[in-house]
Every structure is written in C-alpha cells, then in structure tokens.
Design a protein. Sequence first.
Length: 251
Amino acid sequence: MGKHRILILGGTTEARQLAERLAPCADIDATISLAGRTVDPKPLPLPTRMGGFGGVDGLIDYLTNEKIDLLIDATHPFANQISAHAAQAAKRTATPVFALCRPGWERKEGDRWISVADIASAVDALGLLGRRVFLAIGRQEAGQFSAAPQHAYLVRSIDPVVPPLDVADCRYILASGPFDVADEIRLLADNKIEVIVAKNSGGDATYAKIAAARALDIQVVMIERAKPAGIESVGTVEAALQLIDQMLPPA
C-alpha cells in the first residue's frame, strides 16, 4: 500500500505544529494549503499550496484528482466559509475529515465581556458616544468600523489595513503574537483605551490583551464563534495525531 495522502487546510499555529509532526512520517504524503491572506507567511515543513480552491466544486476536484485520503480543517476558528466548504466537499466525495480547532477563551472572574455574534453587532455594541477603541480583529474586517466614525481607533494587525478606516482618528500597529501581558497593559494604559474589540480565537498567542483588559477593568466586545461545520473536531495536535491513526489504516 502506498503513502496516505493528507490535505491540511492551514493558517493557524496548530496547523504548523501538525505539519511539523507529520513531515518526517514515512507513510504520509501531506500537503498544507493556505488561503493567502497573510502577505508573507512563514515557510512550512510540508509542500504548500497557496490560494483558494474556487468554492466547494473546486475543492471536490482537488480531493478527487489528488486522491486525498484524509482532509484536515486546521483553519482559523473564524474561517467559517472554508470550513463549511470543507465539510460539504468531504461529504460529497466520501473523504474522511475532521477539524483541528483550539478551544475558545472562557470568561473569568473580573472579565467585562459583551458577547456578540458578528462584526456588525460589535460595531453597534460600541455605542453612540465616542470611545477610545483598541481594534484587535485582524485586517480583513477592520474596515467595517468606518460605520462608527465617532470613535478613536488603535488598530493592530499583522499586515496593513487597506484601505484604511474612513474615520477621523485612527492609528495603526503592525505586530504579530505572542504578546506579553505586561506589554499589553502598558499599551492599553498609554493609549487610554476604554474598550477592546476582539474575536474569541482561543490559544495563548493573543490572550494577553484579554488578561490585560481584566487587570485594567476595561470592557471587551467579544465576537464569538459561529456554530461548527458539523464535522468531528479535536482541540490539540496530540489529539489530531491520534485521530489520524484511527482514521487511516496502517500503510
């Protein structure tokens, strides 16, 4: 029997860690696919495919033509469209599939969260009175906050926000995690931040801003995750490796 062919839909720390664990496996031929939203992604230890598939039908064609034995959705917890496409394509091609998705953050004593379902609800939750807002949701959807120009924004993202927000008061920081709690406290205090807008991404790399908000008694508008795409899901790389062993016969 030949090598097992695995397609990993990546873009997360967990996807990278899984790729590192699978790269030396003699019985596995794995490819990792990135959507291409990060301008300069770090090199990965597996063959890497860049760009989308062209919807569900395109992903079906890829799974079929490449004879993929297992599909792993290790995309960002808020990559709802590709996760839905992965679930549909796997079902229509009878390809085994599971998701590797880190658990979301849980509210702790002292947290002041307003939980909302989407970006539009987060914009509304900021209210009508002008506030100093730390926007930490990435660059893709930051522009929607142009609908609330009464606020002063500090926007942090890995890549530049293009086009910039159409508001009177906005500054930008380019940075990627992991972040330190003490540094985040200093950032929030120095900029007199009154409210943070964040996505419940989970993990350790960007949690420092949540801990800093708790320490400074700052409100957080927390955009919660959508319901999962209806496929089996694990939360750690170790659990993913165990599931791979269960789902694929010995080569």
